[in-house]
Design a protein. Structure first.
Length: 404
């Protein structure tokens, strides 16, 4: 094939494009209005973000020297007007706006909707502390309503398996982002609540932009949380992320891992508390016995009691004997209770979700939903195990209720 042009390197071509863009008068000073997204404040003082509208988006950077003049704190969802020049970042071959100045142009559409719904529900009393339900002290069953593949569910399972082996965990997979996410979350919450499947629900996902977390600001999700009779801990995003679900839920946790810690007390701490109470009880009994012994000594020293000293000595010996027997019984009782707590802990741990799956059990799922019943011939199921997933097609169902 005949070459019509001289060959150039990638760097040469990129620099040629960069020269064209930077030599364009229009692009040398632009004024762009858009909505902030994916704002990142770097430790260097530079600000990286995206400007977007309904159809397009462009990367932007605002260096520390320019960022220091800002009169507001840039956040996702804000509408802004930015001034700067369009240039090429040669390392990645991408173009971006080098912003020299920026001011607010009003909140973005999502941010406005967020503020409107927040005010509406606040005025209606949906955030009133008096309607918050208390969490159970030691929940027997905890439902994790989240994505089955994200880091959030792994963090929650890890914390709860270590902290509360006495509790059973139910992973309830839902969509947490994009179209249909709000309906998926709402229907799962209603199902868990109506069937009484759990003592407490952990609802959450990992962090993201305001768009990524928007399903937790949708009225469909918020209403399901508000109507739930089962206590709900909201753990959406990172510590600085807030959604309307956080305000409506019975408790808000800064992260999914923190929610797992709030949901159930630590078994090892409970065992230590029991041991501490036993020690305090033993000390209280000893103190009481010493106090009574001192009173008896004082009574013996009275003149009127001199003639009865021999009888008192006999009584004191009886008190000492009773004290020794009482000490022995208390020690035996504490040892029995300690063994019972240890045995109960071992038994509870053997029924945890992690150990159950490790023993070879599988969780049947149809699509994104856990199967609780109603299996029909032809259904395609996935059995989720500890280290494998098995896809099956149902050929026959026995023992069920036949169609008339």
């Amino acid at each position: 094939m005949e070459e019509r042009h001289d060959r150039v390197s990638v760097t040469q071509l990129t620099r040629y494009i960069s020269a064209l863009i930077e030599g364009d008068m229009f692009l040398s000073q632009v004024c762009v209005e858009g909505e902030l997204s994916n704002v990142k404040l770097h430790s260097s003082g530079h600000i990286y973000f995206t400007l977007k509208d309904d159809e397009s988006r462009i990367s932007c950077v605002m260096f520390r020297s320019a960022a220091g003049s800002l009169r507001f704190y840039p956040e996702d969802g804000m509408k802004v007007i930015a001034w700067g020049r369009v240039g090429v970042y040669e390392k990645s071959g991408s173009y971006q706006i080098y912003v020299s100045a920026m001011r607010k142009a009003g909140a973005g559409d999502l941010y406005e909707r967020y503020q409107e719904l927040l005010k509406q529900l606040g005025d209606a009393g949906w955030f009133d502390p008096s309607r918050k339900k208390p969490l159970p002290f030691m929940p027997r069953t905890i439902a994790l309503v989240t994505s089955p593949t994200g880091a959030a569910v792994r963090d929650m399972i890890s914390v709860l398996s270590r902290r509360a082996p006495y509790a059973s965990l139910i992973v309830c997979p839902v969509l947490v982002q994009g179209e249909g996410a709000a309906s998926s979350i709402a229907s799962m919450l209603e199902r868990i609540d109506s069937l009484g499947l759990a003592d407490v629900i952990l609802l959450g996902r990992g962090g993201g932009s305001i768009e990524d977390l928007w399903a937790f600001n949708e009225m469909e999700t918020v209403s399901a949380v508000y109507r739930s009779d089962t206590p709900i801990i909201s753990c959406v995003g990172h510590e600085t992320d807030f959604t309307i679900t956080d305000f409506v839920a019975d408790l808000r946790a800064p992260t999914p891992s923190a929610a797992a810690e709030m949901a159930a007390p630590d078994a090892s701490e409970l065992a230590e508390s029991i041991s501490s109470l036993g020690r305090r009880m033993d000390e209280a009994v000893r103190t009481r016995i010493l106090s009574l012994s001192e009173k008896l000594r004082q009574i013996r020293s009275l003149p009127v009691m001199k003639r009865a000293s021999a009888a008192v000595d006999v009584k004191l010996m009886s008190v000492d004997a009773v004290s020794e027997k009482l000490d022995e019984r208390i020690r035996a009782l504490l040892e029995r209770k300690s063994m019972q707590v240890s045995s109960a802990g071992d038994l509870i741990r053997s029924y945890s979700l992690e150990d159950t799956l490790k023993r070879g059990f599988y969780i049947p799922m149809k699509g994104e939903d856990t199967v609780f019943g109603g299996i029909l011939p032809g259904d395609e199921l996935t059995f989720m195990g500890w280290d494998a997933a098995v896809d099956v097609t149902v050929d026959n169902v026995r023992g069920g209720k036949k169609d008339e």
